[in-house]
Ligand binder design. Structure first.
Ligand SMILES: CC(C)(COP(=O)(O)OP(=O)(O)OC[C@H]1O[C@@H](n2cnc3c(N)ncnc32)[C@H](O)[C@@H]1OP(=O)(O)O)[C@@H](O)C(=O)NCCC(=O)NCCS
Length: 174
């Protein structure tokens, strides 16, 4: 299902933190506190955060840390009222474009083993399972899967990114 209003993606600002915290609270069992985002936006030179907005405000957010040549997705979420509309895909595409621009050769992340929705998104975006971190989540001891893309500039990921760009345009999320 396509969203009806224009989606605009841009850098996360301090003024966005309250809306981002609300999406975090609705999405994660251990949401980040406000100061964590404030630190990321003001003090962490490796951090690059983006938000996606519709007319009524921020509906999704995500960020990467640039670790040498690897872009590590630190957090990523879509407001529950706006899921299954392609916004997660569109924002992930944006993060991949930022990662490429910054010279990353691949993207990586951790995801809960129980989080099948996110794993499906990442699989369809070219990520593969490359590891498992036992008892990674401190709130309940759940394991994390490590998922990593092939070379972002290589043919496989370039084909994924081109397909995602075409899909975003078709859905009016261009
Ligand atoms: C995971 C999440 C970011 C997906 O965002 P979204 O905007 O709903 O995703 P999209 O609409 O772009 O869907 C992309 C793909 O993800 C998969 N997907 C998303 N939600 C799904 C669900 N509930 N069940 C199964 N697959 C799902 C599908 O493969 C989907 O592609 P399709 O619509 O062509 O079938 C969102 O569910 C979310 O914010 N979850 C809570 C936070 C979270 O888990 N973040 C990731 C932490 S690693």
């Amino acid at each position: 299902m396509a969203v009806s209003a224009a989606l605009v993606i841009g850098p996360m600002r301090m003024a966005d933190v309250a809306a981002v915290l609300e999406i975090e609270r609705l999405s994660f069992s251990s949401p980040w506190p406000a100061f964590a985002f404030e630190q990321e936006l003001t003090a962490n030179r490796l951090a690059h955060y983006r938000v996606a907005r519709l007319a009524d405000g921020v509906v999704a957010f995500g960020g990467i840390w640039l670790m040498v040549d690897e872009a590590h997705i630190t957090t990523f979420g879509v407001h529950p009222d706006h899921r299954r509309q392609g916004i997660g895909r569109r924002l992930l595409l944006q993060l991949a474009e930022v990662a490429l621009e910054l010279g990353s050769s691949r993207m990586t992340l951790e995801v809960r083993v129980s989080n099948e929705a996110a794993q499906r998104l990442y699989h369809s975006f070219g990520f593969n399972i490359t590891g498992r971190r036992v008892a990674y989540y401190s709130d309940d001891g759940e394991d994390a899967l490590v998922m990593t893309t092939p070379d972002l500039a290589g043919p496989a990921m370039q084909a994924v990114l081109a397909a995602e760009q075409a899909r975003a345009s078709e859905n009016g999320l261009g």
